[in-house]
Design a protein around this ligand. Structure first.
Ligand code: AMP
Ligand code: ZN
Ligand code: FE
Ligand code: FE
Length: 297
């Protein structure tokens, strides 16, 4: 019967403020066409799309939840942390995000240099034209397509950009615990994104006690392509740790991820619980966060 209910909520989406294809306004327009009532914009390392998204959402009577996605690294792989209901205008928070984005730009430039050394001639200036906000490997993939080296983004990752590929450069290291603390410093609610994709169930279970202790409030459970069985597994885990099971499509634009915008059912209860948790913190003094110095580059 769940399938007969219309999807009205999507809590994981990207715009041109990071590696999404739609501007915030276009994204909200598509959300409106999909009959969504609630949308969280969760760009990588950036809240720069939120002002425009909030304005467009108000015109379309959509409830816009200010969010972010922070890609973090552990010794055994990536973990992505979503943040919801951020007081994102806090200056210290914005300053830290800018440090992370500047590091992304330098890293992108180094990837282009590595490609150039291997005779693959794409220009950093071109990547900068494609990336209007936080630079990511998908933008370099697009430059590789434009220059005719590959046909698709997945092919670009496969041939050049994947983590054991010939043109890989690591991001500035941010730990999952620091991502949680950064989100808490803006009174936001930290949630582990697509836990079965990265870091995977085993590693998640090993990390959870520490993450919960640091202030984790949710676990992305109703995620794009996850099966009913996987959803149930994550739901049980969320219950065990008293975490809020959230969900969304991880929409980046048509044809980038398998799930369309609003393409995954997310129960309203998830939003209710997030809102109730957020309202307890709103306007209170958040814990301060200081970004540890970068590893030697
Ligand atoms: P970055 O943040 O620059 O490390 O790039 C990571 C982003 O690239 C992820 O958030 C995905 O959206 C995308 N991505 C990662 N691996 C692949 C892949 N194999 N094919 C297509 N997109 C990918
Ligand atoms: Zn992305
Ligand atoms: Fe992610
Ligand atoms: Fe995402």
């Amino acid at each position: 019967e769940r399938k007969l209910m219309a999807n009205t909520i999507d809590l994981h989406t990207h715009s041109t403020a990071s590696d999404g294809l739609y501007s915030p306004t276009e994204l909200l327009q598509h959300a409106h066409e999909a009959d969504l009532r609630m949308l969280a914009l969760t760009d990588h390392d950036s809240t720069d799309g939120l002002a425009e998204a909030t304005e467009a959402a108000a015109r379309l009577a959509i409830d816009l939840i200010p969010g972010i996605e922070l890609n973090t690294d552990t010794d055994d792989g990536e973990m992505h942390v979503l943040g919801y209901f951020l007081e994102y205008e806090r200056p210290a928070f914005q300053k830290t995000l800018k440090v992370l984005r500047d590091a992304r730009a330098r890293r992108g430039e180094r990837i282009v240099e590595l490609l150039n050394e291997q005779g693959v001639n794409i220009q950093w200036e071109h990547v900068r034209e494609i990336a209007q906000g936080a630079v990511g490997r998908p933008h370099i993939a697009q430059a590789l397509i434009d220059a005719g080296y590959v046909q698709s983004v997945p092919e670009a990752f496969d041939k050049y950009l994947r983590s054991d590929g010939p043109a890989y450069v690591a991001r500035r290291k941010l730990s999952p615990l620091d991502a949680i603390r950064l989100i808490l410093s803006a009174n936001g609610l930290p949630v582990i994104a697509h836990p079965l994709t990265v870091p995977g169930l085993q590693k998640l279970q090993a990390w959870l006690p520490e993450l919960v202790e640091a202030g984790l409030v949710g676990l992305e459970t109703y995620y794009g392509p996850y099966t009913e069985e996987q959803v149930e597994q994550l739901h049980d885990l969320a219950e065990e740790y008293k975490l809020i099971p959230t969900g969304g499509s991880d929409f980046h634009g048509p044809g980038i991820h398998p799930t369309p915008l609003g393409g995954r059912f997310v129960p309203f209860e998830a939003v209710e619980r997030l809102k109730s948790e957020a309202s307890k913190r709103m306007g209170t003094n958040p814990p301060e966060f200081v970004l540890p110095p970068a590893d030697k580059e």
